[in-house]
Design a binder for this molecule. Sequence first.
Ligand code: ATP
Ligand code: MG
Length: 331
Amino acid sequence: MQKRIFSGAQPTGNVHLGNYLGALRNWVKLQHEYESFFCIVNLHAITLPQDPELLKQKTRDLARIYLAVGIDPDVSTVFVQSDVPEHAELTWVLNCVSRMSELERMTQFKDKARKQQENVSVGLFDYPVLMAADILLYQTDLVPVGDDQKQHLELTRDLAIRFNRDFGQTFTVPDAYIPKVGARIMSLSDPSKKMSKSDDDPHGCVLLMDDADTIQRKFKRAVTDSGTEIRFDPARPAITNLLEIFHLITNRPVEDVEAHFAGKGYAQLKGELADVTVEFLLPIQRSVQEISEERLDEILTFGREKARVIAKQTLQDVFDRTGLTGTYHAR
Ligand code: ATP
Ligand code: MG
């Protein structure tokens, strides 16, 4: 049987190069080897305040991006999380096997809660359990994500193992797929922070939909390290980040990239990086425009139906094992 992958992104802000290089790019590659489920995780998005109209728009925009970067809806299942109610239902059951203490350790919660100050929702705290439900619902083998999701993946595994131990074999225990390069693309304005959709600083992220001038400007003002040498070096995170982006976008080997920039200045690197990025994004931006509303509806409806078949099966199993016997069969 073909192994399965599941992954998703939030329809918050705008998709950036970090999302693409750390996650989406690998989804596109893996979709032909695995049975693939790619979700627009709008239930995750509302863990922080969202404008309802904007959220609707962003949900469709994100679906368009999935398709434009190369997710093939004839091969992969593309759907919206809130269209499949089993995500929320499984979350409740998993909440009851999750420990407060393990959620309190999650660094994403601590970071995001700090920014929210006093208005931290229970949803934000529960985010990792919802993510575990997303993954476990599909009996997922592999989860291609960026490095920042490693801790959440560990929790997902722990919850699956605990549930299986307490209630009998129910869930596949998934593995994380975190790429060797590109798993943590850093902010252009602060190379100690990851590029993030929710970052307040608009200069830190290059967006997939940015126009050529904006891309040039953002790379131009990117922070650099002291010194002049252009090479991959963990002690020089800003330049290494720029080189990593260049390497991934051009598919040129690391040694090749270093040789190419040997003896050149930072301005040259930034200029060339902006050029290759603009060129790379142009066809993606064009395809985004080409997907009609009708086609998108069709894809998301088809995706929802395919996803629900598996989601319902898993939830039925979970209900049976936990003694939640109502009339779920009849639904
Ligand atoms: P937010 O700030 O709202 O959490 P985000 O930029 O982290 O937004 P998500 O939708 O949470 O985006 O994540 C989508 C996918 O992109 C995940 O697999 C995540 O690990 C990956 N990802 C996010 N940021 C980066 C980054 N800077 N480098 C590599 N991968 C990333
Ligand atoms: Mg995130």
